[in-house]
Write a protein that binds this ligand. Sequence first.
Ligand code: SF4
Ligand code: SF4
Length: 428
Amino acid sequence: MQTHFSLAQLADPDTREADKILRACVHCGFCTATCPTYVLLGDELDSPRGRIYLMKDMLENNRPASAQVAKHIDRCLSCLSCMTTCPSGVNYMHLVDQARHRIETTFKRPLAERWLRGLLALVLPRPWLFRPALLAAWLTRPLARVLPGRLGTLAALAPKRLPSPSTVDRPQVFPAEGARRKRVALLTGCAQQVVAPQINEATVRLLTRHGCEVVVARGAGCCGGLTHHMGRDSLSFAKANIDAWTREAAAGGLDAIVINTSGCGVTIKDYGYMLRSDGAYAKQAAQVSALAKDVSELMTELVLNAPTVTTGRRVAYHSACSLQHGQQIRGAPQALLAKAGFTVVEPPEAHLCCGSAGTYNMLQPEIAGRLRARKVANIESTSPEIVAAGNVGCITQIAGGTDVPVVHTVELLDWATGGPMPAALARL
Ligand code: SF4
Ligand code: SF4
């Protein structure tokens, strides 16, 4: 694609990067076929190619974002399915991240939208705020159908059960069982520890059982991904994590930073890029990104122990977009589940997003609801007893649309190798 940036514009490193990305696009449109919003809405402006044209026009002409740009970029899930499909290697992620930031800083949204976005950006990354907010949403859950607009959407998304905080998420060190093979830091994250603390608990049991000393580093928290995808500040979160893990690496060494929420994995693996121009952080950020591993990558390296119980259940594996497209991790979780004794089935249209996408299901509930219905129908067509996924957002989203229990992959691996049966499976 030809671009027309001036030399003055190209002096800016972000514009240079956008120029490079835009030039790689050859308008072939292969990406449209696998884009969930184009598949649903059939509008070229809701396809990756259409959005690339909108972003090009905005950036080249140095314009503030228009209502049209905001509408179609807001509808993008950042699922990155288009990057998997693109034969030209167009880095849509870095382009849309830049566009979202421009929208956030130059476009004035309606008041209710600004209020909702501000609230989500403030509350979700901070467990001490999210926990009471979730309690309020849970109390209003029975009224979800009658509450007006977004309030009803938020109430409906509250989980059926509110778990207690887990002690696992506090800063501490869990010793390896037997001889220590690796020393790893675990990202305990933000929203996940509030809605599904059993995931970190299962991860710690699984990793220590396989010879890892697991560190929950003081000062580490939200990866910044939630606010990054809203075009807001994410670097303060990134820097806090980089400081915490760099201190930990200096004190005792780190073989990996383990992430069990694949959406966060995409962001942490991108810290090196996000902070590439920051003199004080660029090197450490790149080191942190290089150490980041999804838990399924680490477990593949460690080699899963033989199962200690007969699991034998039929598991539909839902491949989170952030794992299959964002991190290009495809077969590892399925292979681990099969090794643990489960019969793994992959539902049709596995490349399509479930509609969760960070805060997307709260900001675009209509499209998210349609994507969930489609995903659940595809999953249920395989007649599973259990659904497994590697991202808490997908787990919450899918669980809201089906009676089949939905759990994290690590909960099943932990159960198979000596841990407790996941509570969600008690009724099986
Ligand atoms: S990130 Fe997903 S929703 Fe956005 S343009 Fe690409 S395929 Fe479509
Ligand atoms: S597949 Fe890649 S090169 Fe083709 S239109 Fe989409 S982004 Fe551009």
